[in-house]
Design a protein around this ligand. Structure first.
Ligand code: C5P
Length: 222
């Protein structure tokens, strides 16, 4: 069977990683969460007290950083300089700074170079913002996942409560909308549906329904 490259893009909290992980598991492909790479750099930059507008300092820090995404039973473990940071990169502080770090062209160029090297042999499901447009422009399958801000905030809220984390629905809505705005308006590789991507609005779909739609696209191609 042919090993495809599958690109899954979309705004914050649209369910990309949940769906991408399941699709990768079904196909025994590698799942690559590119957002985790930008988050790991942001975590390191905060730790080193860098000015997040200083593109050169961020690039130097990235060039010195070892970022690894390792498959595990419940998805993926993230390692920064050989230390596990899977949970540390999901804090509110990192979440609310990552869009500043990821707007810098030189940071993106190096991230894209690393991401492309992971996908060189195909058999990958990669999620992010610019996968279909820049990282894997030749991916056989491109999906753009959408959902309303209200729905995305509600999902994240339910997830937080379930995990026993404090959660404020209105604040989630604001944070998601702000991150989408920065990601969509940046000059370099903004969040944007690729011309040849299939758009799936997940607002009223369940996770298995979204997975089925993507698997149907895969079946047409394999
Ligand atoms: O996917 P996730 O929400 O974890 O991504 C965190 C942030 O990383 C995004 O809001 C965006 O600023 C940045 N990102 C990006 N390009 C990607 C993946 C993520 O700019 N391919």
């Amino acid at each position: 069977k042919k090993k495809l490259s599958i690109a899954i893009d979309g705004p914050a909290a649209a369910g990309k990683s949940t769906v991408a992980k399941i699709v990768a598991e079904k196909l025994t492909y590698v799942y690559i969460d590119t957002g985790a790479m930008y988050r790991a750099l942001t975590y390191k930059a905060i730790d080193e007290k860098l000015n997040l507008e200083d593109e050169e300092a961020l690039l130097d820090t990235l060039l010195a950083a070892n970022i690894e995404l390792l498959p595990s039973e419940n998805g993926q473990l993230v390692y920064l300089d050989h230390k596990e940071v899977t949970n540390e990169i999901r804090t509110e502080e990192v979440t609310n700074s990552v869009s500043i770090v990821s707007k810098h062209p030189k940071v993106r160029e190096e991230m894209v170079r690393r991401q492309q090297s992971f996908a060189i042999n195909g058999g990958v499901v990669m999620d992010g913002r610019d996968i279909g447009t820049h990282v894997l422009p030749n991916a056989e399958i491109k999906v753009f996942l959408l959902a309303s801000v209200e729905e995305r905030a509600l999902r994240r809220h339910a997830e937080n409560l379930q995990k026993g984390f404090p959660s404020d629905l209105d604040k989630l809505k604001e944070d998601i909308a702000r991150r989408d705005k920065i990601d969509s308006e940046r000059k370099t590789a903004p969040l944007k549906k690729a011309d040849d991507a299939i758009e799936i609005d997940t607002t009223s779909l369940t996770i298995p329904e979204v997975v089925d739609k993507i698997m149907a696209l895969v079946d047409e191609r394999i």
